[in-house]
Write a protein that binds this ligand. Structure first.
Ligand code: X8Z
Ligand code: ZN
Length: 605
């Protein structure tokens, strides 16, 4: 949970927060005539609430049992009630004369959360229980193979997809994990009904509209913005897809990977085909030029979860940002406990009003997890830098900003940086080395873009009723094929519920934030490299050790959500819009190379 403040708690995934029990009636305690006083009351009450709900949710996520499910759902119920009450009250101040800061506070309250509950207490309790149960089912999920009675957890199945190059073995892991989600289907259907009801009660058309309203612009304008960004990057994705398909065809045979159709979804090295860096071995443009195998170095040098986390922290402190507090090390969960179920999906938590930031991650010793640690610490450093803001402003400029910070740092983990850390043996500079490096990065960053876009495309349609429960799976695969050009290798039906096999669906975490983040992190990288005085090509720039870049980043982070996001964008980049030109410019060398490779091939699907 990226638990920024009571309202965005649920916006960032796992969390709900709680207040005192019993739930206060709608016109008491916080309500006054003065909006300034109202906000102060709301914030005071929310701090209490956050503490209790944060604790309940942390314990739930790190000890999944029926008992923690009861406690977390109860705490969440009180939080949902609090949110509904405060939104109702905040409406009375809309349009009244007040100072800009107070108006921003009221505006943030009125945006609501990613999980608005109906006013009806029984329905609210039901919604909270469903949210808790769905996430618990995902966290505790495992696949027991009927052929050998071996049960595997998600990290184990993910490892098979990352490492195996055996078609059937990969397919078994892929279909196996998807046996976890069919029981979620009726629960999700009801969840949508109830959350939609809550969204309507706070004045939105449906839950999708509420989510789209969190970006300091109109709903229609936001939809257009994300379409605009997608159309900027789509041509690069299509070139990458075309080349990857050809290479997979060469590896597995054209009967299994047809040269003019979608790619089988289980062959891309990742459970959801969302980032493809794990199959770099099949794609390396110039074999043997520039060794980029960080996995091997981490294992050889006996890295463990703590040392990997320290390595990530060291990048942030090299920029002049503070060390992580002792409590971070005491309270975080960095490895998967052997004796109980936990939600392994990595998350960052802002507990105790900025005083107890933690991460929860089942760290394994590999490069992907090292990147995820930087991602999570990006959230943590945001929390630390906006700690002095008032509670209502403790949040990202928008949710995509929060997702982009750690990833921006990862873009600075150039071969020269990795060499300095002893994680690659030598630094080769040549055109061929550049193409290799860009291919590796593109398999993660470019491959992700359509995935980042389509998840909420599906949910927005589900929330609006355009995709009905009878078509949940068909609607899902329609979008997966249309955007990503992938397809399941075995028939999927409405007896399956494949969306439920991706954390953010049962976890109710909006996903467009990651699409935006993947675009913006290149804008941020470019701006920070300029602040660092970099004059060479962007893909060779690392801001490691650069205090000027750190200063600039820290300034933006410390603004939190105090101003509309274009101001934070301006503070960092000097422009006020999201823009995909930096990611396109960054990958110019690879784009040229891909076009060359794809000559004579029929691209598209
Ligand atoms: O969920 C995450 C983070 C936590 S906010 C680990 N990510 C998305 C995913 O895993 O699907 C990071 C990249 C996309
Ligand atoms: Zn994140």
């Amino acid at each position: 949970m990226h638990k920024y403040l009571f309202f965005s708690v649920a916006l960032f995934g796992l969390g709900l927060s709680a207040c005192q029990s019993p739930v206060p009636p709608a016109d008491e305690s916080t309500q006054t005539k003065d909006p300034v006083e109202f906000l102060r009351n709301v914030e005071a009450e929310s701090l209490e609430l956050d503490k209790e709900v944060g604790a309940a949710y942390w314990v739930r996520s790190t000890h999944i049992t029926p008992d923690t499910g009861i406690l977390a759902a109860k705490a969440g119920e009180r939080q949902l009630a609090f949110q509904s009450r405060v939104i109702e009250q905040a409406r009375d101040y809309k349009g009244l004369p007040m100072d800009a800061e107070t108006a921003r506070g009221i505006e943030l309250i009125l945006r609501g959360s990613s999980l608005p509950a109906p006013d009806d207490a029984a329905k609210r309790a039901e919604l909270s229980q469903l949210a808790t149960d769905l996430e618990g089912m995902y966290g505790a999920g495992e696949y027991c193979d009927p052929n050998n009675d071996v049960c595997s957890t998600l990290p184990e199945l993910e490892n098979i997809l990352a490492k195996s190059r055996d078609y059937s073995e990969q397919l078994n892991a892929w279909t196996g994990w998807r046996t976890v989600s069919p029981p979620m289907r009726p629960m999700y259907e009801r969840f949508v009904e109830l959350a939609n009801e809550g969204a309507r009660e706070v004045g939105a058309k449906d839950l999708g509209d509420l989510w789209k309203g969190g970006y300091d612009m109109g709903v229609a304008e936001f939809e257009q913005e994300s379409e605009r960004l997608w159309s900027q990057v789509e041509p690069l994705y299509e070139e990458l897809h075309c080349h990857v398909r050809a290479q997979l065809g060469a590896k597995y045979g054209e009967d299994l990977v047809p040269s003019n159709g979608p790619i089988p979804a289980h062959l891309l090295g990742n459970m959801w085909s969302q980032s493809w860096g794990n199959i770099y071995d099949l794609l390396e443009p110039y074999p043997g030029v520039a060794s980029l195998d960080v996995n091997k170095a981490l294992v050889d040098q006996e890295y463990d979860a703590v040392r990997m986390t320290e390595t990530a922290e060291a990048f942030f402190t090299s920029l002049g940002l503070p060390e992580l507090p002792d409590s971070f090390w005491q309270n975080s969960m960095l490895t998967k406990p052997a004796d109980r179920d936990v939600v392994c999906h990595a998350s960052a938590w802002d507990l105790d009003n900025g005083n107890d930031p933690r991460i929860k991650q089942c760290v394994e010793v590999n490069e992907e997890q090292l990147s995820t640690l930087h991602h999570e610490l990006g959230h943590i450093y945001y929390y630390l830098m906006y700690k002095e803001q008032r509670p209502l402003f403790k949040g990202g400029a928008h949710d995509g900003f929060h997702e982009a910070i750690g990833d921006t740092i990862v873009l600075s983990m150039t071969p020269a940086y990795l060499k300095e850390k002893g994680l690659v043996p030598e630094v080769t500079r040549s055109e061929q080395a550049t193409i290799n490096e860009q291919m590796k990065l593109a398999l993660d960053k470019i491959a992700f873009l359509p995935f980042g876009k389509l998840i909420d495309q599906w949910r927005w349609r589900v929330f609006s009723g355009e995709i009905t429960p009878e078509n949940y799976n068909a609607g899902w695969w329609d979008l997966r094929t249309r955007y990503q050009g992938i397809a399941p290798a075995v028939a999927r039906t409405e007896a399956d519920f494949d969306p439920g096999a991706k954390f953010h669906i049962p976890g109710n975490t909006p996903y467009t934030r990651y699409f935006l983040s993947h675009v913006m992190q290149f804008q941020f990288h470019k701006a920070l490299c300029e602040a660092a005085g970099n004059t060479g090509p962007l893909h060779d720039c690392s801001i490691y050790n650069n205090k000027a870049a750190g200063e600039k980043l820290g300034q933006m982070l410390s603004m939190g959500a105090s101003q509309p996001w274009p101001e934070a964008m301006y503070a960092l980049t000097g422009q006020r819009t999201m823009d995909a030109s930096p990611i396109i410019d960054y990958f110019q060398p690879l784009m040229g190379w891909l076009q060359e490779q794809n000559k004579g091939r029929q691209c598209g699907w």
